[in-house]
Design a protein around this ligand. Structure first.
Ligand code: DCP
Ligand code: MG
Ligand code: MG
Length: 592
């Protein structure tokens, strides 16, 4: 007991230091400039674009018996978001309701907004369907020198006597971007301008609709104090904190940290305490393509297997179609259900997942998507039977189908039996956090296994290769292609300013290079039976490894190695022999 108290003391001190550090890491108040955009009455705006006759009437978007959102004409008449249809009709009998259960149009528009922001700045992070964070810190630093501004665009939260040039310019950029969204896509939005994601989000809805607000550092305490309930802070575990008797933001600010640590553990307690004080150093993580695609439906009661099958089939129909358009091939299928329980009406979901057989995955992305749906339905029902005992009465309130582990398909193989299909891009991921160095990656292992098979089968004897020099040779397009990421958000993020004082996610600066020797640019002739296209799709580190090994092992070099120091060869051979005893995959490439 004593020791844990001691630890608490240590943690407390550390946390205080952490907080002081965080605060002192903001020497210039506008250390970062983060924008948060939230579209006005999003689904309603999309419907008003689709049918301009709806613009001037009170409009509600209905999902089941709920008005999930409504336009501002309806809001003026007392209709609110998430009001029941009955209440909304009572408030506003003229309310026009449009069904909003098919999300296709909203999804398309949502990505158009993100794409538009991405065309301006690579650091864009999506939050739900109608919100985006944009980190414009670097843009501001560059623009500030040539276009200084002397005023703010839009509102400034509270009053202040000091001027913050970075945030002021940020407000101009926010206004430009909102204008672009309106002019190009016809959507109005609100924006928040501040020094962190938390603060930008908190301030963006201060004035609505079609407005923007800037929060200055000296007003952080004010906005945090004015929030009232903890639920207003995104990412707050309000239920767990409520159990501790904490309801308001100031409750949490004043709650002893040691007690909070005891309840939630040290990192979590510090994080929540920081949030309550308006301290948030989390970076804007470029979103990129979604990691999974899912579709779901909720209902009051579903209790027969036939209904379940019909619902899953219906959900799969649209999901498979979306997946086909996406172009990537899902590797995993997940089914989730929510079971009703009288004691806990919204009890949590239960899920089961399974791998998608390759032939089914292939059908999903090809024209035979109907076939795929049928096979997926059978998979889904197997998963369903693991969660629900169909011999007994059951009561479901939600079904969700989800594809995850999405992998881009490799280009068409040049020859039959090519190993191309084994080289899923996760071996060279766009998301560098999935480092190809981690050889546990399934695709990677498959690729290696396939290579082994082919190399053995085709008896790659007496390989005729040349390796002029690893360092001096002209760049081989093969190697260069494999080591460069495909165009995507992660690629363009290299322009992020290096800032050691704040967390930078891997996706900000990395390419899909494996961290190995990026300058391996050998010119070589591949063995006749190895397709250069296929080889180019190997992870860069594997290519490098192979090239090195081939160079060292080739039996009779036809062309002498350039720029190699005399005497080195013998040494290298020794090293190679030693290495060859190891269980290296390169053993599979040595002449038989
Ligand atoms: N939405 C939903 N179900 C919810 C919450 C939201 O379907 N429980 C949908 C409908 C909204 C969209 O998400 O149009 C965006 O949510 P917002 O909270 O941003 O609400 P709006 O954009 O509609 O209105 P506002 O102008 O207040 O942002
Ligand atoms: Mg909105
Ligand atoms: Mg929103």
């Amino acid at each position: 007991m004593e020791s844990s108290e001691d630890e608490m003391e240590v943690d407390d001190t550390e946390w205080k230091q952490h907080l002081t550090d965080s605060l002192s890491k903001r020497p210039t108040p506008a250390h970062r400039v983060i924008l948060h955009f939230d579209l006005d009455c999003f689904y309603a705006q999309v419907e008003m674009i689709r049918n301009p006759a709806l613009r001037d009437v009170p409009l509600g978007i209905q999902q089941k018996y709920i008005v999930v959102t409504c336009n501002y004409v309806a809001r003026q008449q007392g209709v609110t978001k998430l009001m029941s249809v009955t209440d909304a009709k009572q408030k506003c009998p003229q309310l026009v309701l449009v069904k909003g259960e098919d999300l296709t149009h909203y999804r398309v528009m949502s990505y158009q907004v993100t794409d538009l922001l991405l065309s301006f700045c690579p650091l864009v992070e999506r939050l739900g369907f109608d919100e985006n964070f944009v980190d414009i810190t670097e843009i501001i630093q560059k623009r500030l020198t040539c276009t200084p501004v002397s005023s703010f665009k839009g509102y400034v939260y509270s009053t202040s006597t000091s001027f913050h040039p970075e945030l002021a310019l940020g407000s101009h950029v926010a206004a430009e971007l909102r204008e672009a969204i309106r002019d190009r896509l016809g959507l109005t939005s609100c924006a928040g301008v501040a020094t962190s994601k938390l603060l930008a989000k908190l301030v963006s809805g201060t004035f609505k609709p079609n407005q923007q607000t800037t929060l200055l550092p000296e007003n952080v305490d004010h906005i945090m104090g004015s929030l009232g309930g903890l639920r207003k802070i995104p990412g707050m575990y309000s239920k767990r904190l409520q159990a501790l008797g904490l309801v308001s933001v100031s409750d949490l600010q004043l709650f002893p940290l040691t007690a909070l640590i005891r309840e939630l553990g040290s990192p979590c307690a510090a994080h929540l305490k920081n949030l309550s004080l308006g301290v948030d150093d989390s970076p804007v993580n470029p979103t990129g393509a979604p990691q999974s695609l899912s579709d779901e439906d909720s209902f009051k009661k579903m209790s027969c297997v036939k209904e379940v099958m019909d619902k899953i089939q219906q959900l799969l129909g649209s999901l498979v179609e979306r997946m086909r358009k996406d172009g990537r091939q899902p590797q995993t299928f997940r089914l989730s259900v929510r079971k009703y329980s009288a004691s806990n009406k919204w009890c949590s979901r239960e899920s089961r997942q399974c791998p998608i057989p390759n032939h089914v995955g292939h059908k999903i992305t090809s024209a035979s998507s109907d076939d795929a749906s049928a096979q997926l339905l059978s998979l889904a029902m197997k998963l369903f039977s693991k969660m629900v005992d169909t011999a007994a009465p059951f009561h479901l309130t939600l079904i969700n189908v989800c594809f995850s582990n999405l992998q881009s398909r490799a280009p068409a193989a040049s020859t039959r039996g090519s190993i191309t299909s084994f080289f899923a891009p996760s071996a060279c991921p766009q998301n560098p956090s999935q480092s190809p160095v981690a050889h546990s990656n399934v695709s990677y292992c498959l690729a290696v296994a396939a290579l082994r098979k082919i190399i053995h089968r085709e008896h790659l004897k007496n390989m005729k290769m040349t390796f002029p020099s690893l360092n001096n040779a002209a760049k081989s397009p093969i190697v260069r292609d494999a080591a460069s990421p495909k165009a995507g958000p992660t690629q363009s993020t290299s322009s992020v300013p290096a800032d050691a004082s704040r967390p930078v996610t891997a996706s900000r600066s990395s390419t899909c290079s494996d961290g190995g020797d990026a300058d391996i640019t050998a010119t070589y002739r591949l063995p006749p039976n190895v397709d250069p296209q296929v080889f180019s799709q190997l992870p860069a580190n594997l290519q490098t490894e192979l090239i090195r090994e081939w160079e060292q092992r080739r039996p009779i070099p036809k062309i002498p190695i350039l720029s190699r120091k005399p005497g080195r060869e013998a040494k290298d051979k020794k090293g190679t022999r030693r290495r060859s005893q190891a269980n290296s995959l390169l053993d599979y490439f040595k002449p038989a």
